[in-house]
Design a protein around this ligand. Structure first.
Ligand code: AMP
Ligand code: GLY
Length: 422
C-alpha cells in the first residue's frame, strides 16, 4: 500500500521507520517531512493544515491511506476532507479531535462517560480563576483550554505565577482557562488504537515532561521516555481500557462523532486511584520513539484496519526488549530557542549497537555541495537505546547521545534512571 504521512517531527520519523518495516507498505509520501524523513520516503509539497490540499495530493498520487501525525491538522479537520474524498485516514475527525483541541470539551466527555479525572473549573475571567485557585489550594494547576504544543500547563505553588499564566490564557481569542485539582502520583501514557468502536492498547510508556534533571524547571513537550514500565501494577492497561478508553470511544460514537485513530490517554496513578490527566488525539512525542520500536505487529496494516473500522480483536505482538529515549534540546528550549547550530556525530551515534537517532528539529543548510545538518527547532533529535532491560537500553541511549554535538544544547541525565534501578 501507498501511505501519505503528515508531519515533520520525531514522532513522524518514528512512525515512518515502523511503517517501512511493514512489508505491506510499498511506498511512503511525507508532507512536509524533515531531512531524516527524506531518507525514508518522498517528501511532497503540501500545506498540511489545508484539508482540500491534502485530499488533492492523496487522490492525485493514488494514496491508499493517510496517516496524520500532529494534532493541528486533525483539529483543523484535515481527516474529514480526506475521508470525504473516499480515502481511509488514520486520525480522528475535527469534531472528535476536540478531545485534545479543548480541555473543557474533554472534561465534558469524561463526565458523560463516567471517566475518572481531576476535578476542574472552566473559567473565562479572573475572578472565577481566583475562586477556583482558592477552592483547590496549592499546588495550583492552570491549563490553557486550547492547543499549546505541550506548553499550556503550569503547575506551581506560587499563586501569582498561577495567575500570570491564567491571565495569558484569558488574553487569547476566546480565552478560556481550566483550573484543576492537583494530582499526585506517577504518570503514564497509554496509546490506544481505535476504529470508531473497538480499542486496542499499545504498551504503556512514561514521559519526562520537565526540562531539567530531578523534574525541575518548566514543562516541555517531553524530554525523554521509556517502555515498558516495570513498576506498573499488573492489570493497569486492561483497567485503563475498560474505565477510560472504551467508555470515551463509546461516548464519542453515541454523539455521532466516532473516534478513529490514536487516543493517547495521559494518566496519573494517584493515592485515590487512577485519574486522566489529559487526552491527545495522536501519538505522543517522545513516547512513540520507545513504543513503536517494540511493536512487532505490522504498523501499516494495523492503521489501515483502524481506518476501515475493522480492527482485529487479537492482542498485538511485542518485542521483549526495553527502550529508552533521550531528547537533545536546543539552546533556550523550552523558551525562545536558537536555530541554525551545526549538528555533528549522528552517524557515529547510529553505528552504536542497539541505538538509533530520530530527527525532529533539523534542516539542511549551506551552499549546494556544502550542505550540513543544522538545528531548526526546540527538540532537535531523540536518541533511542534498546536492550534486554531498561538499564541496558538506557546505557545505549546515553552512550550514543554522547557522540552527538550541538553548541548550547541540553538534555536530561536522569531519563528512566529510577525505573532502571540506576
Ligand atoms: P497536560 O498538557 O494536560 O498533559 O499537562 C502537562 C503536564 O502537566 C502533565 O503531564 C502533568 O505532568 C502536569 N499536570 C497536568 N495536569 C495536572 C494535574 N491535575 N495535577 C498535577 N499535574 C498535572
Ligand atoms: N509527550 C507528550 C505529548 O506528546 O503530548
Amino acid at each position: 500500500m501507498k501511505i501519505l504521512l503528515l508531519g515533520s517531527g520525531g514522532r513522524e520519523h518514528a512512525i515512518a521507520r515502523a511503517l517501512m518495516q511493514d512489508t505491506a507498505v510499498a511506498e511512503l509520501l511525507i508532507a512536509p517531512g524533515n531531512p531524516a524523513l527524506a531518507q525514508l520516503g518522498e517528501l511532497v509539497d503540501c500545506d498540511v493544515l489545508d484539508g482540500a490540499a491534502v485530499a488533492r495530493v492523496a487522490v492525485e498520487r493514488g494514496v491508499d491511506l493517510v496517516v496524520v501525525g500532529p494534532e493541528a491538522p486533525l483539529v483543523a479537520g484535515v481527516a474529514d476532507a480526506v475521508r470525504a474524498a473516499g480515502i481511509p485516514v488514520f486520525g480522528p475527525s475535527g469534531a472528535a479531535a476536540q478531545l485534545e483541541g479543548s480541555k473543557a470539551f474533554a472534561k465534558r466527555i469524561m463526565a458523560e462517560a463516567g471517566v475518572p479525572t481531576a476535578m476542574a473549573h472552566v473559567c473565562t475571567d479572573l475572578p472565577q480563576v481566583e475562586d477556583a485557585l482558592d477552592s483547590f489550594g496549592a499546588p495550583y494547576v492552570v491549563k490553557d483550554d486550547g492547543l499549546a504544543a505541550g506548553k499550556g500547563v503550569v503547575v506551581t505553588s506560587d499563586r501569582s505565577e498561577a495567575i500570570v499564566h491564567a491571565e495569558r490564557c484569558l488574553a487569547k481569542d476566546g480565552g478560556t482557562v481550566v483550573i484543576e485539582e492537583y494530582l499526585d502520583g506517577p504518570e503514564l501514557s497509554l496509546f490506544c488504537v481505535c476504529d470508531g468502536t473497538r480499542v486496542v492498547p499499545l504498551q504503556p510508556a512514561q514521559d519526562f515532561k520537565r526540562a531539567y534533571d530531578g523534574d525541575a524547571g518548566p514543562n516541555t513537550g517531553g524530554m525523554g521516555a521509556y517502555s515498558p514500565l516495570p513498576w506498573l501494577p499488573e492489570g493497569t492497561v486492561d483497567d485503563v481500557v475498560a474505565r477510560v478508553a472504551q467508555p470515551v470511544v463509546d461516548q464519542m460514537q453515541r454523539r455521532g462523532t466516532p473516534f478513529v485513530g490514536l487516543l493517547y490517554c495521559g494518566l496519573a496513578l494517584t493515592s485515590r486511584g487512577m485519574r486522566v490527566v489529559e487526552f491527545n488525539v495522536r501519538f505522543g512525542d517522545p513516547e512513540t520513539q520507545v513504543v513503536l520500536p517494540r511493536l512487532k505487529t505490522p504498523l501499516g496494516q494495523l492503521m489501515m484496519a483502524a481506518a476501515r473500522g475493522e480492527l482485529p480483536k487479537a492482542p498485538l505482538d511485542w518485542d521483549a526488549q526495553a527502550a529508552v529515549c533521550v531528547v537533545l534540546a536546543a539552546s533556550g528550549y523550552p523558551g525562545r530557542v536558537r536555530t541554525g547550530d551545526l549538528i555533528s556525530g549522528i552517524a557515529d551515534a547510529e553505528v552504536m549497537p542497539g541505538a538509533h537517532v530520530i530527527q525532529a528539529g533539523t534542516r539542511m543548510e549551506g551552499a549546494p555541495g556544502e550542505e550540513h545538518l543544522a538545528t531548526a527547532g526546540g527538540r532537535i533529535l531523540t536518541v533511542v537505546g534498546q536492550g534486554k532491560d531498561l538499564a541496558h537500553a538506557r546505557k545505549k541511549a546515553y552512550a550514543a547521545l554522547r557522540k552527538i554535538h550541538v553548541a548550547g544544547s541540553h538534555y536530561r541525565n536522569d531519563i528512566a534512571a529510577r525505573a532502571a534501578g540506576a
